[in-house]
Structure formats: C-alpha cells, structure tokens
Ligand binder design. Structure first.
Ligand SMILES: O=C[C@H](O)COP(=O)(O)O
Length: 256
C-alpha cells in the first residue's frame, strides 16, 4: 500500500512574514489530518526559519527543498549541499523540475547524478518528469517520461527508485490553470508505472507517483480517486494555507 504524499513547492516566493504566517496557518489547518505525508519546500533562504517554526509547533509537516548540488563542500559558488539541507531538517528534495531543466539547462544525466547524490546522503529525491506541450501534441509523453526515468534506472538500477518520489508534471499544465484531466493523468501514471515494472514489478508497485500542474482544491479529489496517482506536487495553491490543506485532506480522504 502506497502512502500518499502531498508536497508544496513554494518556488521563488516568500518573506520572513509570509513563511511564518503560512507555516502557522498550515499547521493549524492540518490539525487532525491523518494518512497523508505533507511536505513543503520553501526557498532555501527560509529553511532555518521554517525548521524553527515547525519544531516549535511540534508539527508533522515534512521539510523539503527545491534543489541541491552534486557536492557536499568545495569551491562551488552559490550552491547548496545535501549535508547543509540535512542540517536544517530538509529531507524531501525536488530535482529535475522543468523550470530548472529549462532555465538552468539541467540535462537528464545531470538530474540523475543529483538523484544518486541525494540517495547517497540519505535524502528523498522528488524526481520531476514531464513533457512539453509540443511533445504532448506529438504523442511523445510516455517516451519523454521514460527517457527521463531511464537516466536514473540505467545508471543506478531500478531499485534506486525505492523510497524516492516521482512527480509527473506536464509542463503545459504548470501554473497555467490548464490542468491535465484526471483520466489523462491516470493514463500517464499507469504508463510510467508500467515502464518501471518492466524492470521490477515490486519497485513499480511501491513507488509514489505524484501529479503536478495546476492542482487546486477543486480538482484534487478527482486526481486522488485514480489508482496510480499517489499525491500531488503543488505550486500556486501551496502558497495559501487553506488551499494546500484542502488538497492534503482530499488525498487523505481518497487514499484511506
Ligand atoms: O512544482 C510544482 C509545479 O510546478 C506545479 O505548479 P502549479 O501548481 O502552480 O501549476
């Protein structure tokens, strides 16, 4: 039985005041919600504050981050290491987000190296995969997702996916309000799981696959009603405590 995971990717949004208000609001709104792992990835600058607030509230919210470097120390100006993330209590680390693939030219191979380095350091990779609008229209969605996954599977073995999280995010659905239908998302999730099952049915059965792309309280329940959608990676709606909590509650209700 896979445990649902709902994660908020705050992207480049935040201030001390916002972090404080959002974490307090979220912790209160999630009071009594069981059966779903809820994680947040604030900008790295606010991890210290977030860790302090979560620990003061004795919160169950999991702390995450939006990126990581391939080294734990050295002359790598501007980068953040797994060791640093761990020191501030972050465990779930987003890699391969389409915004980083696009704006920072991150290749499948580079993302796969980050995946391996996170695992080596005992952190949970949240591996984002997904196709562009043009690839979608050309019918290449499954092939693109398989290629992005194979960068990990072919270098680290399919078992490397054990304990990791995959986030299927069609790029055309991110921040656009044009979400994939629950049926279409389910079809792709099933294909992703089938691709993994070609190497190991056991790994495929256990790996958590989130959907991401314009998930809102209004459409969340439809996604979570699908058998292969195990949670969500949420952007915009994760910046409002009530909305994000409603999405987490929908996952808890659908999956338990
Ligand atoms: O990482 C989150 C995704 O990019 C989804 O963002 P969104 O919910 O604003 O569409």
């Amino acid at each position: 039985m896979r445990h649902p995971v709902v994660m908020g990717n705050w992207k480049l949004n935040g201030s001390k005041e916002m972090v404080s208000g959002l974490i307090k609001g979220l912790d209160a709104a999630l009071n009594g919600v069981e059966g779903v792992d809820v994680a947040i990835a604030p900008p790295v600058m606010y991890l210290d504050l977030a860790e302090q607030l979560l620990s003061k509230a004795n919160s169950k919210i999991i702390l995450g981050s939006q990126n990581v470097d391939l080294h734990n120390n050295g002359a790598f100006t501007g980068d953040i290491s797994p060791a640093m993330l761990k020191e501030f209590g972050a465990s779930h680390i987003i890699i391969g987000h389409s915004e980083r693939r696009e704006y920072h030219n991150e290749s499948d191979e580079f993302v796969a190296q980050k995946f391996a380095f996170l695992k080596e350091n005992g952190l949970t990779p949240v591996l984002c995969i997904g196709e562009s609008e043009a690839q979608n229209e050309a019918g290449e969605t499954v092939a693109v997702c398989a290629r992005q996954l194979d960068a990990v599977i072919n270098t680290q073995g399919v078992e490397a996916l054990n304990g990791a999280i995959i986030a299927y995010e069609p790029i055309w659905a991110i921040g656009t309000g044009k979400a994939a239908t629950a049926d279409d998302a389910q079809r792709i999730h099933a294909a992703i799981r089938a691709h993994i099952a070609e190497k190991s049915e056991e790994v495929a059965k256990n790996v958590v696959i989130q959907y991401g792309g314009s998930v809102k309280p209004e459409n969340a329940a439809a996604y979570f009603a699908q058998p292969d959608i195990d949670g969500a990676l949420v952007g915009g709606a994760a910046l409002v405590a009530e909305s994000f909590a409603a999405i987490a509650k929908a996952a808890a209700e659908a999956k338990n």
